[in-house]
Design a protein around this ligand. Structure first.
Ligand SMILES: Nc1ncnc2c1ncn2[C@@H]1O[C@H](COP(=O)(O)OP(=O)(O)OP(=O)(O)O)[C@@H](O)[C@H]1O
Ligand SMILES: [Mg+2]
Length: 254
């Protein structure tokens, strides 16, 4: 299997990099971005693609065997088909599980977009595909002026939106789709993730998203007893194997 670069879609204004990756965002924090990003990595790995996960900014970690570990970073690394240096996978790690720009200010380590872009560039040199997970939602601030949408725009990657299916998600999903378009980025698709198994009128909410979101639904993830990236990867396999991913991400999987 080989992957060849193409230019299927216009680069976002100001984007520096040649995309061969995807930016995973969500309607909120805790909606399944890591599960979907790790699932995507598993699906790519199952097809023989050397893909790597990236979590540019992570807030919240535990001390494991003398090292500070963030759960998202650990999950993405476990699902990646390629080992890469920790500082490239996760250039910014903060102790407290709080908004990144506040953690950065408290710990005296400001987030620099240039550092993240360079890390992405180096990962993209090593891997055939990079799956970048945002933090929280699309407009989470990273400093006094900029937010993650600025990072996504500079990366110029197509966006996958994980919709955490619960009351309030319609508004969050539609606002996020608008914000993605406003940055000149392509919404490659969205994933319905059933984080609230008791959500009332689930089918009607799903239909409302299908009617309004300007991109295809890539997968529907049921409530899982044991959330497993491989299981999610199997649900995303159709998208990864089909023309959708290559058409949306500047790669062609042959
Ligand atoms: N479909 C699902 N079924 C069961 N549990 C799920 C499902 N989706 C996500 N979860 C669980 O919900 C929690 C939050 O998911 P996840 O960490 O992927 O969210 P996130 O959007 O990446 O959060 P963050 O903003 O902290 O990065 C995790 O414990 C995850 O295993
Ligand atoms: Mg996460």
């Amino acid at each position: 299997m080989t992957i060849s670069p193409h230019s299927f879609y216009p680069r976002a204004a100001g984007a520096l990099l040649t995309p061969h990756g995807i930016f995973v965002t969500g309607t909120d924090t805790g909606v399944g971005k890591t599960l979907v990003a790790a699932g995507l990595l598993e699906a790519l790995r199952a097809r023989g693609v050397a893909a790597v996960g990236m979590k540019p900014v992570a807030a919240g970690c535990d001390l494991v065997d003398g090292a500070w570990v963030n759960e998202d970073v650990a999950l993405l690394r476990a699902a990646s088909g390629l080992r890469a240096a920790e500082e490239l996978v996760n250039p910014y790690l903060y102790r407290e599980p709080i908004a990144p720009h506040i953690a950065a200010a408290r710990e005296g380590r400001p987030i620099e977009l240039a550092v993240i872009l360079e890390a992405y560039r180096r990962l993209a040199d090593q891997a055939e595909f990079v799956v970048v997970e945002g933090a929280g939602g699309f407009r989470v601030p990273i400093d006094a002026r900029q937010d993650l949408a600025d990072l996504a725009a500079r990366l110029g990657l197509p966006v996958v939106l994980v919709v955490g299916m619960r009351l309030g998600c319609l508004n969050h999903a539609l606002l996020t789709a608008e914000a993605v378009a406003a940055r000149g980025l392509r919404l490659a698709g969205w994933v319905a993730n059933r984080i609230d198994p008791d959500m009332a009128a689930y089918a009607e909410n799903l239909a409302a998203l299908e009617a309004r979101l300007p991109a295809p639904r890539l997968a529907e993830i049921p409530r899982l007893d044991a959330p497993d990236p491989k299981r999610v990867g199997a649900l995303l396999q159709g998208w990864v194997a089909g023309p959708g991913l290559s058409g949306n991400s500047n790669i062609e999987i042959i």
